[in-house]
Structure formats: C-alpha cells, structure tokens
Design a protein. Sequence first.
Length: 114
Amino acid sequence: MPETDTGERVTDVLNQPSRDGLVVNAVRVDYEPGGFSPVHRHPAGAYVYVIDGSVIFGIDDSEPLVLKAGDSFYEPPGALHGVSRNASEELPASLLAFFVLREGESRTVYGGDA
C-alpha cells in the first residue's frame, strides 16, 4: 500500500501459508511524524511489535497506551482500533503487525465497515 495522506505507509512483509488452511500475514507500518491510521478493525486480531519510535494505541473504550520501541501489544479480534498513531510530531515511528488469517479473510476493515 502506498503512503497515504495520513502519514502512514503499510508494506506487506510476510504472507506464509500455515497449517489447517490458515495464513500468517505481517505488515510493516511506518508513520511520519504526526502520522496516524484511520479508524479500523482487525477481524482476526493483531499481534503488534514496535520497531522504532513511539506509537499510541487505543482500542474500544480503553485508555490509549503509549508503546515504545521493543514493546508489544495484542489487539483482540474485532476490537475497534480508534487510535493508532505516532506519538511524536518530530520523529518517525515503525511497527510490525502480525495476523493469523483464514483463507480469504481480510486483515483490516476500514471506514463504515469498521
């Protein structure tokens, strides 16, 4: 996915068939300073690892968390990911998000479907 006007760039880094018809998928998300992701859900959940910088995550009604490089985060299936953004207005941030998907399952749902 090319860079968006939100300062977010999503790059596929892994799409590996697993057992029992599942697929392990991973993306790298790079945020420019002040960059963010639109509101979305991950139907299968997500396992997130922060590579560089700091990011702010907020799901459902939970208080947003600040995660720094080396921190990890689990997002339950179907949770509303209302806050996902770079914590800095001056430095970039990057993370890896891993998904275990059923064949044909979308990793992310945006907009009105979120």
